[in-house]
Design a protein around this ligand. Structure first.
Ligand code: PEP
Ligand code: MN
Length: 352
């Protein structure tokens, strides 16, 4: 069984970076009694700018080994090249993760995959910084091809330009959900700290991840978060971690007594969806007829007033039916956009 599926949710906690021996021993002591399944600490820290804390390197690997002995829990760190993999193996780490800035680079991922071949270490693959499911899947496939069996993906959010966002890295949940759809047996862990970037919003993100059936959580935990040498704002104390874990509501995908009701409602939803799709098909037939008439009579396809009327009436109908207006707008934008494209096709086919 995949190591990351042995507990659900599988909890990984520990500081952003291993800073000194005393800090790491406090981490080991404080996490020992908590429901944490693996301890993390960055040993090589990828920083956006030079001159910041970049990790203690090999020295910190020895501390991690000691953390494992004291806590009795497996330990992991981030690796970004072949040399770092070799060192992580030398110190007997149980797992490594490939960071977001590395997953974007297939050369590096392949180098890491080659260095991992023939070993039994567990590997976690963070999403690339940009919202690209193909790069993420590609990295997973490279690691899988190297023979590693204990693999998990880590969702840490995406770096997109959005100054108004409350997140440090936007979750765009549809992307990790697509990854789960492609690889049913791949556990996906949510790194709430790098998504949130701020300790005040972590518990909400963690709950959302569990509601979406994520397999685990990664939460940066530091004995003195405000004094942390990296990612201070998003780190929490072990006490706060205990509180968050305690308050999480673990939802089940299916329970026996609810099973019958769920199936029944799903059957109804299936038939409703079939009706919606059939209606869309009929609507599109009429749109084509309309396109033909417009083409025959040299009438412009897009008409501002008509579009305004569609949005206004549909939004009002949405409201009457207790539906979010924004949701209805988006649906009709998509429908209208497709109608316009279909009519343009008709027109251009008939142009001389
Ligand atoms: C980290 O986990 O501390 C880290 C640097 O992560 P990411 O690759 O998600 O930025
Ligand atoms: Mn960090």
């Amino acid at each position: 069984m995949n190591l990351f599926s042995t507990q659900k949710p599988y909890i990984i906690a520990g500081p952003c970076g291993a800073e000194d021996e005393a800090q790491m021993m406090r981490v080991a002591e404080s996490l020992r009694e908590l429901p944490v399944h693996m301890i993390r600490a960055g040993v090589w820290k990828p920083r956006s700018k030079p001159g910041h804390f970049e990790g203690r390197g090999e020295l910190a690997l020895a501390w991690l080994k000691e953390v494992k002995r004291i806590s009795g829990k497996p330990v992991c760190t981030e690796v970004a090249n072949q040399e770092q993999v070799t060192l992580a193996l030398k110190y007997g780490l149980d797992a490594v993760w490939i960071g977001a800035r590395t997953t974007v680079n297939p050369f590096l991922v392949q180098e890491i995959a080659d260095a991992l071949a023939g070993t039994s270490i567990a590997v976690m693959i963070k999403n690339p910084v940009n919202p690209d499911v193909e790069l993420w899947s590609g990295a997973y496939e490279r690691i899988q091809k190297s023979g590693i069996t204990n693999i998990a993906a880590i969702h840490r959010g995406f770096s997109v330009h959005d100054p108004g966002s409350i997140y440090r890295n936007k979750p765009i949940w549809s992307i990790p959900i697509e990854l789960k759809r492609r690889y049913k047996d791949l556990p996906v862990i949510c790194d709430v700290s790098h998504i949130g970037g701020n300790r005040t919003i972590l518990s909400g993100i963690a709950q959302r991840a569990l509601d979406l059936d994520f397999d685990g959580l990664m939460i940066e935990t530091h004995p003195e978060p405000d004094a942390a040498l990296s990612d201070a704002k998003q780190q929490i104390t072990p006490e706060r971690l205990a509180e968050i874990l305690e308050q999480l509501i673990i939802r089940h995908i299916q329970t026996d007594h609810a099973q019958g009701d769920i199936e029944q409602i799903r059957l109804i939803l299936d038939s409703m969806d079939a009706e919606i799709v059939a209606l869309l098909g009929k609507r599109m037939e009429l749109v084509k007829e309309l396109g033909q008439i417009k083409s025959d009579n040299n009438i412009a396809i897009y008409q501002q007033d008509r579009w305004r009327e569609i949005i206004e009436t549909r939004s009002a109908w949405g409201e009457q039916n207790d539906l979010n207006v924004d949701f209805i707008r988006k649906i009709f934008e998509l429908i209208h956009d497709r109608s316009i494209k279909t009519q343009i096709d008709i027109l251009t086919k008939q142009s001389p």
